[in-house]
Every structure is written in structure tokens, then in C-alpha cells.
Design a protein around this ligand. Sequence first.
Ligand code: BGC
Length: 461
Amino acid sequence: MSTSVTPASGRAHATAIFIGLLAALAGLMFGLDIGVISGATQFIRHDFGIDDHTLELIVSSMMGGAAIGALVSGFLSALLGRKRSLIIAAILFVIGSVLSAVAPSPGALMGARVVLGFAIGIATFTAPLYLAEISSERSRGAMVSTYQLMITIGILIAFLSDTAFSYSGNWRWMLGVIAIPGALFLIGVVTLPESPRWLVMRGFRERATAVLARLRGSANVQQELSDIEAQLKTPQSGLRLFLDNRNFRRSVGLGIVLQVMQQFTGMNVVMYYAPIIFKDMGYATEQQMWFTALVGLINVLATFIAISLVDRWGRKPILYIGFSVMAIGLGVVGAMMHLGIATHAEQLFTVAMLLLFIVGFAMSAGPLIWTLCSEIQPLKGRDFGIACSTVTNWIANMIVGATFLTLLNHFGHAHTFWLYAGLNVLFLIITIAFVPETRGVTLEQIERNLLGGKRLRHIGR
Ligand code: BGC
């Protein structure tokens, strides 16, 4: 094997780093946004003197904004381009963080979090789209995993930063400090080239040529340009296809169900309310914060299990294990809360079971649902299909965030955790019955099977 570095391979290498970095930063922003609120909740509640319901609204207003952001980002990224959409997202992210930090009232904080959510909704739609368009065939798979890994790292960083600020109880700093990575993201996206695919789409062929030459070396440019042009002959006509084609409606439906499943595992209950859960297990503030950081760390580490197994074992076996582990973890947490946690050993055991649940999610539904959602849609309706599932992710996320404390108050801890444990059992059954195995199958094959009317479960064969 030759190890010499030609200008083209040197460039390809630089491109890979470039793209990796953006995937990393976009994922990081996603994670920071999810993670940052958990450590702040109790201080916010205390400072503003608000009830649980208002706190739920503060937490979930961000997801509402994200759903709207994801919804409009399809139009935005088609109209203004991927790069400009990402710049808008970055600017809104910084503004939203700063506004959260200075919010004078609960209402203002909700408003600021809607802005923040709006930013992350745009970014979580546009970044993967941009990455898929700009990376070469070979690096596409690795991208989804990198992206999820960075989400978990973002969450961990947010948890750690929250822990550091918890000693002073300063929630304003907790929320404000993520403006710094936001500003870095802004600098990063300003230096990005526009997506060559978008440039061709809008008739800027020369600029597309220049970008491709910069990314891959001039030798490969003409071939790729023709490939893009050939691909664009299949125009995106998602809505029309959705109305006309029953088979496409099935894959859109599957994408929506998959994201509902991911969110109703209950993962974000822990992401948003971990310190409150640890408090209810009998831990003091400092321990609550450190255990929350531990949750973040386990979430990062267990993601590697998925990364290493997904292309060897396939998606379904990993999801079976994941949903089962999550059901057991939450079921036992519920049982412990039901029986009463009295001793130190019982406390630790309950924490361990909550961590087991986190492992179950991070090794399965966390990364794999995003992967599946990007694999099952036919080319012609891909943007539309992925937009539908992404918006669903945020709406379901919002519902979970907006109801947890109410569920605790109405049904008690044990029943709330059992409810989520039961849902995970249901998702296991749905996976067995409806989810296709897509390992090692080309996207074209999946598309042929789907549009040919095969059962959803069999479209990966
Ligand atoms: C989910 C997020 C979740 C995160 C946790 C992602 O795949 O979409 O809602 O907070 O994983 O790691």
C-alpha cells in the first residue's frame, strides 16, 4: 500500500477533517442544548419561585422552538442555501443563550429558550443534510455515528459545566456560557464552502466546480458534477409523492413511529430532570450534580458499543437488546421507588439501574433511530421524509419534557417509571413486527423493496 500523499489525497484528508469538525460542532450544539437545562432547573425554580408546571414549560419551550425550526429549515436551506441557514442557526444560538442568561422572568426565559430551540431545530436538520451532500460516498456512514457521539459529548460537557456552576447556584451562568461554543460554531460555519449540490441546484455551476476542486482535487470534479446533475434529475417532490404514493406514506409513517419510540423510551426524562430524580432518591445537591455528570459520561461511553456493533450485528438485534435493557432498568427503578429507598446500598443500586437504562439507550435507540430514519426514505422524497421524522423527534421530545413532573405528581414515582418501562416493552414488540433490518443493504435496494410494496419489515432484504 502506498503511503505517499498526493495533492488530491492531501485535500481529501483536509476535507475529511473539515467535515468531521462541522459534524462534531453541530452535534455538540445539539447536546449542549439538551443537557444544559437539567442542572439549572432547581435553581431556576427557587429563584423565580415557580411551580412544577411552569418549570416544565421552561424546559419544553426549547423543544417547541426546535420543532418549528426543523419545520422551516427545509424551505430555508433550499432558499438561502445550507451555509446561510447554518449561519442563521449559529447566530440565533448565541442570541438565545445570552437572552436565557439575562431573562428577568419565567416568561422571558421561555421566550429565550424558544429562540435557542429554533436555532437547534435548523441546525439539526441542515447540518446532516449539508454533511451528506458534501462528504464522499465512503465517509457517509461514519458521519451519523460521529454526530450522535458528539451529541452525547455535548450533553456531558453541559452536565459538567452545570456541576461547576452549581456550587454558586448560578443558573444564569450555566445557561449563558454555552454562547461561547455557539460563537465558535458561528466562526466555523462562516468558513465553510457552500454545498456543491445546492449550487448546482440553483444554477451556479461554476461555483460548484470551484468548491469541488477545492474539496476533492480537480481530477475528480467533472465526474462528480455529472453525478450531481444526474441525481438532480430526480427532483425532490416529497409532498406530491406523499399524497400520491401509499408506499411512500408507509416509510414516512415508519420514520415518525421510530422517532416517537426514541423519545418515549424516557431518555430525556433523565437528560432534563436527572438532578430532581436523584434528589427524590435521597441525595443532596452536590451528589445530585455529580451523579448527573456520571449519567452523561456513561451516555458517551455506551455510544461506542453501538458504533462498534451496528455494522456487524445489524440494527434490529441491537434494538432488541436496547429496549429490553431499558425496560428492565426503568422497571427496577420503579420497583425500588415503590418499596422505598432507605439504605445507602439501596440508593446505589437504584442509581446503578438508572445507569443501566442509559446504557440501553445509548447503545441502541440513540444512534440507531437516526440511522434508520436516514436509510428508509426513497430518494425522491428523502428531504420530506426526514423532515417529518425530525420534527416528530422534537414534538415527542417536548411532550416528554412537558409532562414528567406532572406524571410524578399525579401518579407517583413508581408508576411513572413503570409507565416508561412498559412503553419500552411495547417498542420491543413494534421493532420485531415492523422495523426492517437495513445492515449491508444499498439504499437503492431498500427503495425498490419499499416502492414495490414489500412489507416494511422486509424492505431491507
Ligand atoms: C436524541 C436526544 C437525546 C440524546 C441523548 C439523541 O439521539 O435524539 O433526544 O437527548 O440522543 O444522548
